[in-house]
Write a protein that binds this ligand. Structure first.
Ligand code: SF4
Ligand code: MG
Length: 322
């Protein structure tokens, strides 16, 4: 069952240097209980895409067009058209985010337990204090040792990994249907990365949660994702089940990404830069945005016409497959 259906999402940033076409006509689906990984280089539009789902785009950014249909109990809600007041009830409660830097999500002046209680109270009402034991329970769920005393700690008293897990416990405090994790493991070391990954897996199974997971790390993708969407230059260029993508990548960019990873099953294998630079999205290359870096570009075609997306289970946007 599709829980989220994003169609033709387009987001521009109106800067002094010009209009940055950060995300253009991006479409993808998220199924109930799955983990969808979004991979791509910095600046490919991963964060903007996922933030736009609940309209977390600040000026000079603007959502230009598209829809994000969220399905709840037979209801279909276009999140991009919902009044802000109603969207606020969904954001954080039904669709929750974990961002890259846990410190920025925590207030240094309040204890962890208080802040988790605050997250719960924001959506369920009542006094923050009454949720203290629930906060402790949430910290236990994210495998924080000695949760009673940790709940009374201030953020600076916790390690990076514990802070990140506290942020995750806040994000899951209202049992979201969709958890969006934007490179949640970048700030922490490899052991903690693996633990956070395990935690997501468990939460997904426990709550039937759907997860969108943004990452650079192909090892994490291989281990954790059910499906993968590859972004390049503000567009999704390929989308497939994870085994399929690793065994049979189609888009030349995806192939480049996978070639650059020595061993895709190595959890430390990160994306290596492939030759060339990411496109300038103020003036994106015409035709296929990847053509200046593509070794198999079709002359006279790829630099002129944009390839359509073809395929069902395994989608690709490249002239080689049309
Ligand atoms: Fe390369 Fe052309 Fe395919 Fe783009 S459409 S990836 S330039 S072959
Ligand atoms: Mg980002």
């Amino acid at each position: 069952m599709k829980i989220l259906e994003v169609k033709d999402l387009t987001v521009y940033f109106y800067t002094y240097a010009g209009v940055v076409k950060a995300v253009e006509k991006v479409s993808f689906d998220l199924y109930k209980g799955e983990v969808l990984a979004i991979v791509g280089e910095t600046g490919s539009g991963k964060s903007v895409t996922t933030r736009a789902i609940t309209r977390l785009i600040q000026p000079p950014g603007r959502i230009i067009s598209g829809s994000a249909i969220y399905r709840r109990d037979g209801e279909e809600i276009d999140l991009l058209k919902l009044p802000e007041e109603e969207l606020r009830k969904i954001r954080g409660a039904e669709i929750a985010y974990v961002f890259q830097d846990p410190s920025s999500a925590l207030d240094p002046l309040y204890t962890i337990g208080y802040q988790i209680g605050e997250a719960v109270a924001a959506h369920r009402g009542g006094k923050i204090k009454q949720y203290f034991s629930e906060a402790v329970d949430l910290l236990r769920r994210v495998l924080i040792p000695d949760p009673e005393s940790r709940a009374k700690s201030y953020p600076h008293q916790l390690s990076g990994g514990m802070k990140q897990r506290s942020v995750i416990s806040m994000a899951i405090s209202n049992r979201p249907r969709i958890l969006i994790a934007d490179e949640p493991t970048t700030a922490v070391d490899v052991t903690v990365q693996a633990q956070i990954l395990q935690l997501f897996k468990r939460l997904k199974e426990e709550f039937g949660m759907s997860v969108i997971f943004i990452t650079h790390n192909m090892g994490l993708v291989a281990e954790f994702a059910d499906r993968v969407a590859v972004m390049y230059g503000g567009k999704i260029v390929e989308e497939a089940p994870v085994e399929e993508l690793f065994q049979n990548p189609r888009h030349p960019y995806t192939k480049g990404l996978l070639r650059a990873v020595v061993n895709p099953l190595n959890p430390q294998g990160r994306l290596e830069p492939i030759p060339g630079t990411i496109p300038n999205l103020i003036n994106p290359p015409p035709g296929c945005r990847f053509h200046p870096r593509c070794l198999v570009a079709i002359k006279g075609k790829c630099e002129r016409e944009e390839p359509p997306t073809v395929g069902e289970r395994h989608k690709v946007a490249c002239w080689l497959y049309v």
